[in-house]
Design a protein around this ligand. Sequence first.
Ligand code: PLP
Length: 227
Amino acid sequence: MNDVRQLLNNAARAPDRPPPRLLAVAKSQSAAAVAELAAAGQCAFGENYVQEAAARRTELAALDPAAAGLEWHLIGHLQSNKARDAAALFDWVQTVDREKLVAALARHRRGDQLPLNVLIQVNIDDETSKHGCAPDAIAGLARAVAAAPALRLRGLMAIPAPSPESRRRRDAFRRMRACFDELQRVHPHIDTLSMGMSEDFPLAIAEGATMVRVGRALFGARPGKAG
Ligand SMILES: *Cc1c(COP(=O)(O)O)cnc(C)c1O
């Protein structure tokens, strides 16, 4: 964890920007592994699946009562029929990419909870197999999120197409930053551009990421999976 923190703090970035936040991606990790990172001071964790998140939360609460103070981000695709559970379980949903989901999350966020933090996921490389909205749909979705009192628009998220050429990924990160800056002109309070993973977070930071999502580099290879 200290290695990743150090890399993150040392990554080249524009001098006027603070170091990005680190989101620890917990997918396929044990509750014990999460508890260990939490004990080392990590407080924001990402989950890919609503179901897995619910199970792990229960396990964690038994392991470590202090885990109740952690911040949870959904970073996996969200089906509308899971919006109710997601709205109850998470502090952030980073994968909002359609109006129907905005409406479902707004409807299900309970009044006794703080507003749900929302990032709009952008399909920046226009991959047919990927979730996320087209860049020209960002403005409309952002307006819908901003209009819902139960939701709080925080910014954008992207997973650029994997490419062995770092130039291509860098270009995608740069285009995302341009989208973010444009959106910030209309919604000045937004503060989060979530992009960059274990393989490429220094590149993402150089192009203006404010949050990086790191799994393998923090936890080691995921159990039972190659790479
Ligand atoms: C798995 C995952 C990550 C982290 O990937 P690593 O390569 O393990 O760092 C980040 N974002 C999303 C959306 C993921 O699914």
